[in-house]
Write a protein that binds this ligand. Structure first.
Ligand SMILES: Cc1cc2nc3c(=O)[nH]c(=O)nc-3n(C[C@H](O)[C@H](O)[C@H](O)COP(=O)(O)OP(=O)(O)OC[C@H]3O[C@@H](n4cnc5c(N)ncnc54)[C@H](O)[C@@H]3O)c2cc1C
Length: 495
């Protein structure tokens, strides 16, 4: 399929092929189409959304189906670009902001953490230091010193080159402060352990996510399945914007040897355009044939292939009773970091029966309720059990010590979903392997793994897509400058 091409001498981008329909590809496609570019998206799978997806679980007895996310995703108040994408997709109503965080210490001490009123950042979080569970006075003082030192740490080659743990140890952090404070914040934000995460990545999370702006730490939580938000609804939005969306279209080759056009092959079809955004994961780059590879894309693929991966595990659990009433729980010093209840009641009869009772219809059988909780373990390498049964048992034991009500609750069933390539590992080495988007003036890379400065997050993926689009549009400055949004990438909160 031939798309409108810009003459070789004209810098204006007329047509772009976006390969990969995750958040990076969706963001690039929307940004380009809003600036008058004809966009074709080629996505290998039957749905958009990439790593933000959902699956259907069938109740073993009733056969009822429910749609749950492979793994709970949350954004933060500092995710300005993710919020922009949510706005473009018209999905503001489908995300909830949690302005208070609910923390549970290793033995169940509960602390509600919120910003102190009136105090400017970073003092608004002073109360956290006083209330953080599981720390002694000495630990708290060491955390305060560490936060002060990290608050204006530059994000440069030196801070990228060292691990966070080495720095924390050098800066007098106590063992308990490292385990109960730093690990709690960092492991779930980065999907990596302190001993492997780079210092710059930790500084970025602390500076952007907590210290720079009063609202940065808020949690942004989807209230509908991600497969719906970034899958079906995003596809509807792209089509409504006249994006030519091709699902089930894995790309096998890209030829960008001609100055005039880029040619992409998927199955028996070939597509041409005057520009391309390659928005597939780092571990898929090497599977594409780059033909007469003049600018070394194959070499880029080889170097990015060295990025290590880290697993995040979602444990989907169904219980015979509710044991926890808050919108989320962050757990300190245990194997799992987060617990999210979903809805109030999973509908295995009880809601239906309750509704009938309200309408005066006699209930033929006793109501049966199941209560769903998703438990998240980031940097799953720390789980060395190997067997899902062991994992479920360990989680049950851990939760029982944090939430006394769990001891009386029966775990009816569970499902473990873990992807060893959930995210790239934000190790010191990753800095050298994360590429800038620009391959040629008309060929851009996008994806959470590119050099966005962010760890592997939805925000990082969206930034990469916006940035790739912006770079293409800047080839002809009037294409961007004459638009109502001359800069597509949004700055972080507080900058
Ligand atoms: C378990 C888990 C939990 C997470 N939790 C969070 C969280 O709480 N908060 C957060 O911000 N982030 C979280 N993340 C990270 C977040 O999901 C990713 O950073 C983000 O979705 C990456 O988007 P992407 O577009 O860069 O890549 P992807 O989502 O991987 O999209 C790439 C797309 O390219 C397609 N593709 C691949 N090869 C080809 C080909 N040859 N041709 C055509 N298409 C191709 C793929 O099918 C895919 O759709 C989590 C990730 C996982 C896995």
């Amino acid at each position: 399929m031939r798309l409108p091409l810009a003459p070789a001498t004209n810098p204006t981008i007329r047509s772009t092929i976006v390969v990969g329909g995750g958040l990076a590809g969706i963001s690039a496609a929307l940004a380009l189409v809003k600036h008058g570019v004809h966009v074709t998206v080629l996505e290998g799978r039957s749905r958009l959304g990439g790593r933000t997806g959902s699956f259907t679980v069938e109740h073993p007895q009733s056969g009822e189906q429910e749609c749950i996310d492979y793994c709970q995703h949350v954004g933060m108040g500092c995710c300005t670009n993710l919020k922009q994408l949510i706005g473009w997709l018209d999905q503001e109503d489908a995300w909830q902001t949690h302005r208070q965080l609910h923390f549970f210490g290793p033995s169940g001490v509960y602390r509600q953490l919120k910003a102190w009123p009136l105090l400017p950042a970073p003092l608004h979080l002073s109360g956290w230091l006083l209330k953080w569970p599981g720390l002694s006075l000495r630990d708290r003082l060491s955390v305060a010193r560490g936060l002060l030192a990290i608050s204006d740490l530059p994000l440069n080659t030196a801070t990228h080159a060292q691990t966070a743990l080495a720095w924390l140890e050098r800066h007098g952090q106590t063992t308990r402060a490292i385990k109960h404070f730093w690990s709690t914040i960092v492991v779930s934000a980065l999907g990596e352990e302190l001993s492997r995460a780079s210092l710059a990545a930790v500084a970025k999370v602390l500076q952007d996510g907590f210290l720079r702006h009063r609202d940065a730490f808020h949690l942004l939580v989807p209230t509908r399945p991600l497969g719906e938000l970034f899958g079906t609804l995003a596809a509807e939005q792209l089509r409504a914007h006249q994006v030519d969306l091709r699902l089930n279209s894995p790309v096998s080759s890209i030829d960008y040897s001609s100055n005039a056009e880029i040619r992409v092959t998927s199955g028996q079809q070939s597509f041409t355009a005057d520009s391309l955004v390659l928005a597939i994961p780092w571990h898929q780059l090497g599977k594409i044939d780059y033909g007469n590879d003049t600018a070394g894309l194959a070499q880029v693929a080889k170097s990015c292939g060295q990025l290590q991966s880290s697993a995040i595990t979602g444990i989907h659990t169904w219980w015979d009773r509710r044991w926890f009433e808050l919108p989320h729980a962050a757990i300190v010093g245990r194997l799992c970091q987060w617990v999210f209840p979903k809805g109030n009641l999973i509908q295995t009869g009880a809601i239906v029966e309750a509704a009938k009772a309200l309408q005066g219809v006699p209930s033929p059988k006793p109501a049966r309720a199941e209560h769903y909780y998703q438990i998240v373990i980031s940097a799953t390498a720390s789980w060395r059990g190997g067997q899902t049964d062991d994992l479920a048992e360990q989680i049950h034991g851990d939760l029982g010590e944090v939430f006394p009500a769990v001891r009386d609750a029966r775990l009816l069933r569970y499902q473990v979903v873990s992807d060893p390539q959930s995210v790239f590992s934000i190790s010191p080495e990753s800095y050298a392997w994360r590429p800038e988007p620009h391959v040629t003036p008309r060929l851009m890379l996008a994806g959470d793994w590119t050099a966005t400065g962010w760890p592997a997050t939805m925000e990082g993926a969206v930034i990469s897509g916006f940035r790739a689009a912006e770079k293409l549009l800047r080839l002809n400055p009037s294409q961007l400058n004459h638009s109502p949004t001359p800069s597509i990438v949004r700055p972080p909160l507080g900058l």
